[in-house]
Design a protein around this ligand. Structure first.
Ligand SMILES: Nc1nc2c(ncn2[C@@H]2O[C@H](COP(=O)(O)OP(=O)(O)O)[C@@H](O)[C@H]2O)c(=O)[nH]1
Ligand SMILES: [Mg+2]
Length: 444
């Protein structure tokens, strides 16, 4: 997400942080570059201009020139401003029963898919859900949500297959009745869109809103529509009291600026970002996290979440224990390396870490890559169990056998053993510094 904008901005800041003493001209140059980067990412002109002016005022006012690490200070100012620009959002809270949500947006924006995604989120919280489709003009759209709803626990879809040729008003009334019958906690109402904003039947949407008396009206916007998205949002919000926005197709190669301008221009909270076609491809819109990512400060939260999915708590605790007791074998090491590849390989992990660029350089310099990881795993697999537990057994002839068995060279085997030795050494040193604790934390 926001890959190119993020890499541009982090480049600018890396340069800024490197320049030891910061002059006003450095700040100005960096801000000018940020402004261009924002505009190229489709951030609207007014928003970009205002953003830069505010940051500049604050940065200069703070007397950054005399500060100890001025680059970091400017980073912090920009970070805080980005968070403000993106806007803090509250999650959709089911704070009354029944809680009625209505989704609106253009045709193809991703409304129906998003109804399914939201239903799944609530279903995981053991809520009873009614989904309903008022997209009466397209029978296929109705069928689409019926199929989706069947996949989600505790979800009833309205209208039933027997009920055909209904008006929007009739569907709304059936939905309200279903909530009562099922004792449902949430209603999620899907509506009809049109290809162009001027064709949207606002009166139909207003009628639905009135009948179901919705607690929340969520506008679904495809981020790929670029600057047009802002116009679309404005038109919808003139007709209906929108309570939040969900941006879809954030997984595509759109330039992402829409996400940055949306809050400032519409004043509406962005609730979620959708990142794919599957039901789980949705994430809460977290301004802090996005700002950190844009500034190249890494996306530690995502990394920890990803790690959580791949490492069980027990495994992490066991590893931590082994590290503490200094009995971390080659086998354990190979298992760890395999987990890393499961996380999406070194590159994915690096992208999420702070200073990922420098780390990448470091790894390149030491010849560490996904390829070497695969080779290393092969080497370990060619060892006997005894050898894995006691690497000191690995004399010349054993190393030769292992190289042949794993399709590598003696040099590569030697290198791995050396790395293992220095890793053991490192583990000994950091054992007291809470590494074990960190591993346990990731597993939680
Ligand atoms: N890549 C991607 N595709 C999406 C996303 N959300 C929806 N889609 C796809 O976009 C198309 C239109 O979605 P749909 O929910 O039917 O839109 P609607 O007309 O607003 O109800 C479908 O093919 C979806 O699978 C998303 O976040 N990312
Ligand atoms: Mg639809």
């Amino acid at each position: 997400m926001f890959a190119s904008l993020s890499s541009r901005i982090s480049d600018i800041f890396e340069k800024l942080r490197k320049s030891g003493i910061l002059k006003e001209s450095n700040v100005d140059e960096a801000l000018r570059e940020i402004r261009i980067a924002l505009l190229e990412a489709d951030v609207s002109l007014d928003v970009a201009r205002k953003f830069i002016a505010e940051v500049r005022e604050k940065a200069i006012g703070q007397n950054v020139i005399k500060s100890i690490s001025p680059g970091q200070m400017v980073t912090k100012i920009v970070h805080d401003h980005l968070v403000e620009l993106l806007g803090k959002s509250r999650p959709i809270e089911i704070n009354k029963k029944p809680y009625k949500i209505m989704l609106i947006g253009l045709q193809g924006a991703g409304k129906t898919t998003t109804v399914g995604k939201l239903a799944k989120i609530f279903s995981k919280k053991n809520k009873k859900i009614v989904t309903a489709s008022a997209d009466i003009h397209r029978p296929a759209a109705l069928e689409q949500l019926r199929v989706l709803s069947k996949k989600i626990n505790g979800t009833t879809f309205i209208p039933s297959e027997a009920e055909t040729d209904l008006s929007c008003a009739q569907i709304c009334k059936l939905a309200l009745k279903a909530i009562e019958n099922e004792g449902a906690d949430v209603l999620i109402m899907d509506t009809a869109g049109r290809l162009h904003i001027d064709q949207v039947k606002m009166s139909e949407l207003q009628e639905i809103h009135k009948i179901i008396n919705s607690d929340e009206i969520i506008l679904v916007v495809d981020i790929m529509t670029g600057q047009d998205a802002l116009n679309i949002a404005n038109k919808f919000s003139e007709a209906l009291p929108i309570s939040g926005i969900i941006l879809t197709r954030v997984d595509g190669d759109a330039r992402g600026g829409v996400a940055l301008s949306m809050r400032a221009i519409t004043g509406c909270e962005i609730k979620f970002l959708c990142t794919g076609e599957q039901l789980d491809d949705i994430e809460f819109f977290d301004a802090e996290r996005i700002a950190s990512k844009l500034l190249g400060m890494g996306d530690i939260v995502s990394l920890v979440e990803k790690a959580k999915e791949n490492f069980s708590k027990e495994e992490a605790e066991e590893t931590a224990k082994k590290l503490q007791e200094g009995i971390f074998t080659f086998d354990d090491w190979a298992a760890q390396m395999e987990k890393m590849s499961k996380l999406g390989g070194l590159k994915t992990i690096l992208e999420m870490l702070p200073q990922s660029k420098q780390l990448q350089g470091l790894m390149d310099a030491h010849g560490i890559s996904d390829k070497t990881v695969v080779k290393n795993i092969a080497i370990v697999k060619s060892m006997t169990n005894k050898e894995k537990r006691n690497y000191k057994l690995l004399n010349g002839s054993r190393r030769k056998r292992i190289a042949a068995g794993s399709g590598t060279t003696i040099q590569e085997v030697n290198k791995l053993i050396k790395q293992y030795e220095s890793a053991l050494d490192l583990f000994k040193k950091i054992r007291k510094n809470g590494m074990g604790k960190m591993m346990t934390m990731i597993g939680r």
